[in-house]
Ligand binder design. Sequence first.
Ligand code: NAD
Ligand code: UDP
Length: 315
Amino acid sequence: MKKILVTGGAGFVGSHLCERLLKEKNDVICLDNFFTGDKKNIIHLLNNPYFELVRHDVTMPFFAEVDEIYNLACPASPIHYQYNGIKTVKTSVMGAINMLGLAKRIKAKILQASTSEVYGDPKIHPQTEDYWGHVNPIGVRSCYDEGKRCAETLFMNYHNQNNVDIKIIRIFNTYGPNMHPNDGRVVSNFIIQALKNKDITIYGDGTQTRSFQYVDDLVEGMTRMMNTNNFIGPVNIGNPNEFTILELAKIIIELTGSKSKTIFLPATADDPTQRKPDISLAKKELNNWEPKIQLREGLTKTIEYFDNLIKEGSC
Ligand code: NAD
Ligand code: UDP
C-alpha cells in the first residue's frame, strides 16, 4: 500500500483523484485550505480509514511521510485565481517550494498539475510541449500563468540540482461533476444557465476555441504519468477535439433541451483565441493514453450532476 499526499484534494480534480487512489487501495492524505474546494466533494470518503483530511495551506511548510505527492493546490478558474492574484502566485510558487522540499527530504515522487495556460495565447496550433508560450507577464491572467510557469521552473531545478523524482503534466480544460457551480468556467456556466433557461453568456464573438477533457480521462493520464519510469515531462494531458465556444453553447442547449438564448458580452482580457493539445507525447510515454470520453457523453454526466445540485437547491 502506497501513502499518497494530494494537495488541493477537496477541489474538482483532486476529489476525483483521491477517489481513484483509494479504489486502488492506497493510503491517501488530502490536504486543502478550502479556498475553492468543498467538503461535499470528499464527504463520501471520510469514513474510509485509509483517507485523511488535513486543513492546511500549501504556502506553509507541511510534513508527512509519503511515497508520492500530487501537487494540485491552486485555484483554477479565472474568477477564483484573479480574486487575489498575490495569493495565487504564492500558492503556486511557495506551494511548489514547500512540496518539493518535502519530496526531497522524504525521497517521494512528486507530480505537478501544470496547465495549458503556460502557452498563454498560443501562436502555434496545436500546442506541443516544446513551445515556450506567449504569455503577458503583467496581464490579469499572469498571476496564474506565470505562477505555474515558475512552479515548472522550480520542479526542473529540484530535479537537476537535487535529483528529486519529478513529473510535470500540462492539463488542458477539464470538466465534470464536482466543478464549483460559481467558478465562472465556461462548462459550468453554460450548463447552469441552460438548465435554468437563462441567457447563455458568450464572452467576445464565441469563435475562440477550447478542447474539453472529461475528468476521468485526466485522472487516468495523471496516474499513468506518476507510474512512469525515467520520464519527467512536461506532457500535455487533454482532449484534442476542438470546439468554438459558440459550438459548445449549441451542444449544451441541445443536450439540456433548454429554451435559453445566447447573448454576447465583452471579451475578457488576454483570453486565448485557440487551444488544442498535441497529445503524441502522452500517447508515446503513457502506454497509449488517450481520452476515451467525448464531449457529448461527458457533458451528459455533468449536466446530470448540476441538475441534481439545482434540484437540491445548492446552486
Ligand atoms: P479547484 O479550484 O477545484 O481545486 C483547487 C483546490 O486547491 C481547491 O480544493 C482549493 O481549495 C485548493 N487550494 C487552493 N489554494 C490552496 C492553498 N494555498 N493551500 C491548500 N489548498 C489550496 O481546481 P481544479 O480544476 O480541481 O484544478 C486542480 C489543479 O489542476 C490546479 O492546480 C489547476 O491549476 C490544475 N488545472 C486544472 C485545469 C482544469 O481545467 N480543471 C486545467 C489546467 C490545470
Ligand atoms: N466563456 C464564455 N462565457 C462564460 C464563461 C467563459 O464565453 O460564461 C469563455 C471564455 O471567455 C473563454 C472560454 O469560454 O474564452 C473558456 O473559459 P474558462 O473560464 O472556462 O477557461 P479558460 O479561459 O481558463 O480556458
